[in-house]
Design a protein around this ligand. Structure first.
Ligand SMILES: [Ca+2]
Ligand SMILES: [Ca+2]
Ligand SMILES: [Ca+2]
Ligand SMILES: [Ca+2]
Length: 92
């Protein structure tokens, strides 16, 4: 009986590894949002700049907690979606 529970535990850990629990569907596991990125696990866009936390971390390398990573007064979302500028480099 104990062996069966052990088997279930292993099954669960394998499952979580391949299907990380992400409440807000931004592609970042909740545990990573809380412990690594310090973003909101219940909000797919913590800084409200129209890029999801996952896009900022994995695609654009921008700050998911700063709506304007390079402080040039254009939000990260505006730079990527509207101006096609680099959200990490201040435009001259
Ligand atoms: Ca999030
Ligand atoms: Ca964002
Ligand atoms: Ca941002
Ligand atoms: Ca900017």
């Amino acid at each position: 009986m104990l062996g069966f529970f052990y088997f279930l535990l292993i099954l669960l850990s394998v499952f979580e590894k391949f299907f990380p629990n992400t409440t807000d569907g931004d592609g970042l596991p909740d545990v990573d949002e809380e412990n690594i990125y310090f973003t909101n696990p219940n909000n797919s866009d913590s800084d409200d700049d129209n890029l999801t936390d996952g896009e900022e971390i994995n695609t654009y390398s921008t700050d998911p907690n700063d709506s304007d990573s390079d402080d040039d007064n254009l939000t990260d979302g505006e730079e990527v979606n509207t101006h096609s500028t680099d959200p990490n480099v201040i435009k001259e």
